[in-house]
Design a protein. Sequence first.
Length: 211
Amino acid sequence: MKTPVVDMKGKAAGELELNPAIWATPAYRSLVHEIVRWQRAKKRAGTHSALNRKAMEGGGRKPWKQKGTGRARAGSSNSPVWVGGAVTFGPTPRNYEFKVPRAMRKRALCGVLSQKVKKGKLIVVDSLEVTNGKTKEIVECLHNLNLAGSSALIVINGNKETKPLEFRAARNIAGVKAISADGLNVYDLLKYKYVVMTKDAVAAAEVKGAI
């Protein structure tokens, strides 16, 4: 299984052999949905909170006597029916994370990567060299790849410490995100229409997706 390789100018630069065990696997919708739900749950702060009657201060004294005022009877100013009162069954802080087996995560990742290849949304470049970290360099590269105006996920074999110029050059482009090959995930692959990977990032992704 091979895929074409281009340079930053969009010109052909050979072919790259892809491991069919990674790039030609079925994508199960239910499995992909579970992984996306897992990723989104991990990002939730879970800090939502509301005061119930137990947590509120005051409200212990009866606002007015039971009879003779002409008003509705009331036992506490903390009553949920009062404005500014307590909340019945309100939200409390909680952790939304749950566990997903590693094999499931890898299988979903391989399935989504395979769909990108099948639909022609994967573009492999021989290298991504940025000399001064200017946004213009990445913009020109995307234009040469016919991706101007399209959402694209740029996958680099490195991180912000080892390759700071590449990440800095891509961070100010709307609809474009740069991530490391180690951080490749299902959610970002689904969010962006095209995936631009360097040759060494493809190799790193195959190691990450190997089960």
